[in-house]
Design a protein around this ligand. Sequence first.
Ligand code: FAD
Length: 607
Amino acid sequence: MKSVLRLRAITQARKTTISPRVCANTSGQAFRGTSTPSRSISSQHGSAPPERSPVGAAVALLAAMGIALYAGMRLERVNSKHEHERVPTYASKREMRVALDEVGRELLQAREQKHRKSETSLTSKDGDDDTRSDQGPHAPQVEDLISTDDTDIQDHAFSEWSTSNSANKPFAIIYPETTEDVSIIARICTKHRVPMVPYGAGSSVEGSFSAPHSGFTVDFSRMNKILSIHADDMDCVVQPGVNWVTLNKTLADAGAGLFVPMDPSPTALVGGMIATNCSGTNAMRYGTMKDWVVNLTVVLADGTVLKTRRRPRKSSAGYDLTRLFVGAEGTLGFVTEATLKLAVVPKKTGVATCSFPDVKSASAAAVRMMREGMTGLAALEIMDEMQMKVINRGGGTLKSDGKTRRLWREEATLFFKFSGADQQSVNADVRRVEQIAKQFGGTKLESASNEKEKDAIWAARKEALWAMLAQREEGTEIWSTDVAVPLSRLAEIIDISKKESSGLGLFNSVLGHVGDGNFHQSVMYHPSDKDETAKVAKCVQTMMDRALEMEGTVSGEHAIGLGKMKSLYKEVGEETIDMMRRLKLAVDPFWLLNPGKVFDHKAEGQR
Ligand SMILES: Cc1cc2nc3c(=O)[nH]c(=O)nc-3n(C[C@H](O)[C@H](O)[C@H](O)COP(=O)(O)OP(=O)(O)OC[C@H]3O[C@@H](n4cnc5c(N)ncnc54)[C@H](O)[C@@H]3O)c2cc1C
């Protein structure tokens, strides 16, 4: 009885005072997962209204005054400080539960309204009840939209290929299906001060999707529709949960002759790709994700929905808000729709490889090849001898017959993709590459002879990270990092980094997109061994510092996430971070969108 009265008092206080953040609830369990649902939101709110009594009213009044005073103190603390020093405070678990109930209720209401609308329109069209019941959408339950299942939460909290994981976990996972759903979630989260973490496929490697402040993880996997393909305009409109491999297959099946050229993890989804400004092996030729996004529909923290611009391939109208959200790692808004440019599928392609005595000569050859300006050289990748060993231990790659497998020379290897309008021009570039490779001690180029072999070789490169994980010693984890430097410094940094990491006496390897001056280094270590962990951390930090000394970046394509926040400060400086912080506060004043990523709410010196 007391608790119900307190709840009423709080609700009253919320109506009359300032901060929705003070909302609290003494009732309510978390929802159980999709597989083991417990009770629904509606039953929780279906209890009979409490009786009134003078004692109860007095208690309610005192509670309201207490809450108002508390809220006032908190607000004063916030207002008395400079904006940038504001300390974000987040909902307690109990408050998150209240917020989750509200989200579930509103998401269901939105569906019921839609359902009623579709029924009305069907009735007005033909009034045929039988067809209506077949076509009407199935009425969803809250368990279809929200999960607090332990396994689901763990899956969204942790990844074994991520270098940085947070000990904290999301409170719940929400699966929106429309932009309107996302707007509802954001509005309610802001009202209750619940952190919101967007989630795509979870393939990012710097802890970008982890939930250090808990809150709600918003999983976009159900917003996976390709909304339109405009082949003549060379673009498509997609929801954020569309997987790039599926999109390219759909374009190929439709005979569009077009494709999306970014190729991060084969599992990655468009929203995550935009939020990390991803690239991949094709970036040398086609650029990175930022070059392929025409416009975005975005939901801000308070639930506002905006579209950054219209659909022409170029525009100089106003601020480029599209780019503001690309690479923001979900800290500025949720991407709920994107128009992407499409590239023309090259008429002729080729894939070849070439081995070198060491990574230094392989990377020096790569830089030289870049300087030649060959238009047909579409991708240029490196794998060191350790990576080639990993491929062999995994059984090698499929040969052109699609059945037998080939093993590789366990030496530093360059992988090339060639493309062009005709075979002659492709062949000319292959010959030129071969000549340069020879000057740096490279072997004869080995070319794949059919599509199956091309795909197999490229897949071996793309899936190198998973191959390493599959073969790691028990009890070890991977520390994988990614830096990029100006091309002329590439051979030098790869060589020194490789020597230093080899000095650790642990499994370590180098691979990467050398055509872009971007490479990854991976070290397997025992996290239970503190000394070993500290040594690896130092080695990785030295590599990032070295990249900065060479005017490079601490992240060529894997973003900042949790893991590289300090290094970002070193890279761009406090003024630049401060500008980012002001932008963040302008659209997310309560620091709710993916908090704890990219940079901190406090300046470096104040931490
Ligand atoms: C085997 C393997 C190979 C890889 N190769 C490459 C590579 O070659 N190049 C490369 O760039 N990366 C590569 N990656 C890293 C990874 O695939 C990319 O970072 C990818 O862009 C992440 O997409 P995702 O859908 O998995 O996003 P997630 O990991 O789920 O999320 C990444 C970030 O995006 C945010 N986010 C997700 N959806 C939205 C949304 N709708 N709105 C706003 N923010 C959102 C998240 O909050 C998070 O900050 C590789 C990873 C693996 C495992």
